[in-house]
Design a protein around this ligand. Structure first.
Ligand code: AVI
Length: 313
């Protein structure tokens, strides 16, 4: 997979075809999030085994006063992949003298809906939505006072879904996006026992399996493809060497799939790699961001499952 952010992006069909031509077949993880996939992901965040979301929320809740104390007053809050802005509410309620709130999301209709609700709830906050794919270079409206600071909020450990090289291009891009002082509050999932990690991606209700297979349903619908969904099995495991959870779809039999004009053969047991979710130790993450940000403060839970980290440009 491409390690660099590039301005000229291939189409979804090109990405799918290119991925299926690789020796280790792969499909782009961003295809998970159609309407059905987003609903399934929402369900995943509430699962017993998926500790990430509730742990991050609890860390935010129990440390909100200290977190807010570290943020420069009068900051502009920029949230990447804001979605329902659910976690942001505690920040919106606690941050003193916010200059503006800028939610950035790729789904325009959803963003507008959330923003109109937030404007009713927080009439005193200047809310400026930006429709953008934040993994690509994008612009934030210039709205700050001179010397004001920007606080980028990037929760959920979505950074784990980037290859380390992509994550570094992303941090580099954010540094050039922010002109003055900038801080970043980022959720990072931590390395831990393999059993806990693997359970989080192999839930007993089978929601993650459905989430994984839904990508094939989407490709069948949106491209000219004929994946036999039932003939693929969900597989998720922790790759210790690479420090990541890998999700795959494993072919249950020898079969052929047609996508657009092309045909791809799969052996029985051959897999299509659909997602990586990197897990970091605190030290590994500090080194990852080091050329662009310094780690100012880290908050974790009692079991050190998850971390919220405040980075300083
Ligand atoms: C969005 N992202 C942080 C999730 C993760 O844990 O990597 C996506 C996910 N994939 C399977 N379960 C959840």
């Amino acid at each position: 997979m491409d390690n660099q952010l590039s301005l000229q992006q291939p189409s979804v069909a090109q990405e799918v075809l290119q991925g299926m031509q690789q020796k280790q077949k792969q499909l782009p993880a961003k295809l998970f999030y159609d309407e059905k996939g987003s609903t399934l992901f929402e369900q995943i965040t509430g699962l017993e085994e998926y500790y990430l979301t509730r742990t991050e929320r609890a860390i935010l809740r129990s440390n909100i006063e200290e977190i807010v104390d570290h943020v420069a007053p009068g900051s502009t809050l920029i949230e990447l992949g804001s979605g329902s802005s659910r976690k942001t509410r505690s920040l919106l309620e606690s941050l003193p003298s916010l200059n503006a709130y800028v939610p950035v999301d790729i789904s325009e209709a959803y963003l507008l809906k959330v923003v109109s609700q937030l404007r009713v709830e927080y009439p005193r906050i200047n809310i400026i939505p930006v429709f953008a794919d934040y993994t690509q270079p994008f612009q934030v409206p210039h709205l700050q006072e001179e010397n004001a600071s920007q606080l980028i909020f990037f929760p959920g450990s979505t950074i784990g879904n980037f290859h380390p090289g992509q994550a570094q291009s992303f941090f580099e891009n954010l540094v050039s996006l922010t002109d003055g002082k900038a801080q970043m509050l980022i959720g990072v999932d931590l390395k831990k026992d393999k059993e806990i990690l693997e359970a989080a991606y192999n839930d007993t209700k089978g929601i993650t399996a459905e989430f994984n297979k839904n990508m094939l349903v989407r490709i069948n619908r949106e491209l000219e493809a004929d994946f036999e969904i039932d003939q693929y099995a969900h597989r998720a495991f922790f790759n210790e060497t690479k420090g990541r959870i890998e999700m795959h779809l494993v072919s249950k039999k020898e079969q052929t799939v047609n996508i657009e004009e092309e045909q791809f053969k799969l052996e029985a047991g051959e897999s299509i790699h659909t997602e990586n979710s990197y897990k970091y130790s605190l030290d590994e993450f500090r080194k990852l961001v080091d050329p662009w940000f310094s780690v100012e403060q880290v908050w974790t839970d009692d079991q050190q499952l998850f971390s919220l980290q405040l980075l300083q440009k």
